[in-house]
Design a protein around this ligand. Structure first.
Ligand SMILES: NC(=O)c1ccc[n+]([C@@H]2O[C@H](COP(=O)([O-])OP(=O)(O)OC[C@H]3O[C@@H](n4cnc5c(N)ncnc54)[C@H](OP(=O)(O)O)[C@@H]3O)[C@@H](O)[C@H]2O)c1
Length: 274
């Protein structure tokens, strides 16, 4: 049995679908089963990383765990090991390598260390920017045809969360991925201007990008993100490192299938922008 944390989110949701399609026994973890909106026949279990003792039921009978970073890893993995979990695939971040001193780099490395210390089999996934970050534009697209963002010319190889999930699925279900660290990217760099065009094409509208300053963007993002994350995100986007802009071969090397484009993600998720 595989337990998928974050099953209501971008990566965990894709992972749950992929494992079910392969008829792998799987269970979904959420803090709120009533709000989860998962298919009726999914084995959904309530649990919260912040109260690790709430996870005992979720971990019962589980061999392998897909884990999200929460800041509570030490207690969570201790509980998992006690319940007999043998393998953990952790969704970490490329920032561990590219920005080890940043807040995002530090918290993900701390999560990795806690998993390493548990004595179980582990695999770390270190993706860069997610294609799904553009969901934050949905309200602008609902209101009109213009999407305003800073750093119009900065291209990053945004990754389809389904490809992160495919790497996770492989590491959870197959041998040969113990102590592997996988930096992950999409198949080509794409700027915000091109992302706006791709979403427009996916929903059959002509959308336009307009550049704003990082300060203006920061004020808007503060409405739905903690200040520390706003600062870190804008800092990342404004000073992308060579590694962060690099297209990596890992998705195809691990899964045997090429990484999907941003345009594909936009088509797969067009309903979220309609
Ligand atoms: N966005 C990026 O560009 C980026 C880049 C590199 C790495 N990452 C990593 O990816 C993560 C985001 O992944 P995502 O987009 O798939 O997630 P997401 O869509 O934001 O969803 C978050 C998931 O985590 C679950 N969750 C949150 N707090 C929890 C808790 N205390 N206990 C149990 N479950 C909890 C939520 O479940 P319920 O609400 O149902 O409980 C939800 O399913 C980031 O946090 C970061 O670690 C992101």
């Amino acid at each position: 049995m595989i337990l998928v944390a974050g099953a209501t989110g971008n990566v965990g949701g894709e992972l749950l679908r992929q494992l079910r399609a392969e008829e792998v026994p799987v269970r979904a973890l959420t803090r709120n089963p009533g709000r989860a909106a998962l298919p009726a026949d999914v084995d959904v279990v309530e649990g919260d990383f912040a109260t690790p003792e709430s996870l005992a039921k979720a971990f019962s009978g589980v061999d392998a765990l897909f884990l999200m970073m929460s800041g509570h890893e030490a207690a969570v993995v201790e509980e998992a090991a006690r319940a007999g979990v043998r393998r953990i695939v952790l969704l970490s971040s490329m920032a561990v390598e590219t920005r080890p001193d940043s807040m995002i780099g530090r918290v993900h490395r701390e999560a990795e260390r806690a998993v390493e210390a548990a004595g179980l089999e582990w695999t770390f996934l270190r993706p860069g920017q997610f294609a799904s970050n553009t969901r934050a534009w949905a309200s602008q697209i609902a209101e009109g045809d213009v999407v305003r963002t800073p750093f119009a010319a900065v291209g990053l190889p945004a990754i389809h969360p389904g490809d992160i999930a495919a790497v996770a699925r492989t590491a959870l279900t197959q041998e040969g991925h113990a102590e592997a660290v996988y930096p992950l990217s999409g198949p080509r760099s794409i700027t915000p201007v091109e992302q706006v065009e791709a979403i427009g094409a996916a929903i059959g509208r002509k959308l336009r990008h307009e550049e704003i300053t990082p300060e203006q963007a920061g004020k808007e993002m503060a409405a739905y993100m903690p200040a520390e994350i706003v600062t870190a995100t804008l800092d990342f986007l404004g000073s992308a490192t060579a590694t962060e802009t690099q297209v990596l071969p890992t998705v195809e090397a691990v899964t045997g299938k090429p990484a999907r484009t941003f345009a594909r993600w936009a088509r797969d998720n067009a309903d979220g922008f309609r």
